[in-house]
Design a protein around this ligand. Structure first.
Ligand code: PBG
Length: 343
């Protein structure tokens, strides 16, 4: 039998009316605050944002109510707002014009491509906010895959050569954190070596270490326009099978050995067990990505009056903390920071 003596259960003889009442601590608001084991603060938030070329300052993403694609000047303003609210970092995703996409994704490492200009513009005006950029080729390939392809096969090692060029261009633009989301084997070590060899020792590596081939990325692919490129294709030869948990630990172990500074699990809520295991196994800063589909589900139910948006957003983020996440990438970062500031 389990020894429950630590919390006194053992002292209660079978059949006796409860001497131990867990509800006692829940009676008053002050008491609930006092016994709370986890806390969500603004320091836990990373805000993913979309940047586009010209046109209207911001345009809404239909499948993600409340989320916008910003021009660079509008994004700088948004970054200022995020910094004022105390949000530690942004993750920037580019909406790459069709005519900039190609089979070999050369646009990914052009010095003044959209994302690099956005990084430089934000760094100039809001140097105090951390900037994270995805390292993956999907915004730039005309086929919508994260890697280079030949005869429908993703070329792992050739892709890494391209990712290295992409990361160096981002580092030159002033990015603080490069976040490989491509799931090629061996990319963390190669990226670390290349960054160090080029004087970018300060640039951090946040590995999308356990990234699953998920249906929950749908609205994101709408937002950046990679869905039409990808068509009926899927990413199952490089992103992980949702059936697997042990394999996530192997992915993380390799990335830790290769020099990752931080780890990410993605998607978020359906993968809380993975977050828990990764955090407890490696003790690295570990982040959860509450992805576009998770955001869309909450918003869709809320606009219909079926869920209380404010309540379930905060609840879901707190649950990431309970599962061991040190922070959460969430499209709700601004609304949450505003609410936390109000107390
Ligand atoms: C691209 C990338 C994706 C997301 C982040 N980086 C999509 C994908 O892998 O197809 C998804 C984020 C989200 O759904 O919010 N490598």
């Amino acid at each position: 039998m389990t020894d429950l003596s630590r919390d006194g259960h053992k002292r209660q003889p079978f059949g006796q009316f409860p001497r131990v009442r867990l509800r006692r601590n829940r009676q008053e608001e002050w008491s609930r605050r006092l016994v709370a084991e986890n806390l969500l603060t603004v320091n836990d938030l990373i805000w993913p944002v979309f940047v586009k070329e010209g046109g209207a300052a911001r345009e809404p993403v239909p499948s993600m109510p409340g989320v916008f694609r910003h021009t660079i000047p509008a994004l700088v303003k948004a970054a200022e707002k995020a910094a004022k609210l105390g949000i530690p970092a942004l993750a920037i995703f580019p909406v790459v014009p069709r005519d900039r996409k190609s089979p070999r994704a050369e646009e990914a490492w052009r010095a003044d491509n959209l994302v690099n200009r956005a990084v430089a513009a934000i760094k100039k005006v809001v140097p105090e906010i951390g900037i994270i950029c995805d390292v993956a080729l999907d915004p730039y390939t005309d086929h919508g895959h994260d890697g280079l392809m030949h005869n429908n096969v993703i070329l792992n090692d050739e892709t890494i050569d391209a990712l290295v060029k992409q990361a160096l261009a981002q580092a030159t633009a002033g990015v603080d954190v490069v976040a490989p989301s491509d799931m090629m084997d061996g990319r963390i070590g190669r990226l670390r070596d290349a960054l160090d060899a080029n004087g970018f020792q300060r640039v951090k590596l946040l590995s999308y270490a356990a990234k699953y081939a998920s249906g929950f990325y749908g609205p994101f692919r709408d937002a950046v326009g990679s869905k039409s490129s990808l068509g009926k294709g899927d990413k199952r030869t490089y992103q992980m099978d949702p059936a697997n948990g042990d394999e996530a630990l192997r992915e993380c172990a390799l990335d830790v050995a290769e020099g990752a500074d931080m780890l990410m699990v993605k998607p978020g809520l359906p993968y809380l067990d993975v977050i828990w295991r990764v955090k407890h196994e490696f003790r690295l800063p570990t982040y959860a990505y509450q992805v576009s589909g998770e955001y869309a589900m909450i918003k869709a139910a809320s606009v219909n009056g079926w869920l209380d948006n404010d309540r379930v957003v905060l609840e879901s983020l707190l649950c990431f903390k309970r599962a061991g996440a040190d922070g959460i990438l969430t499209y709700s970062a601004i609304e949450v920071a505003e609410r936390l500031a109000k107390g």
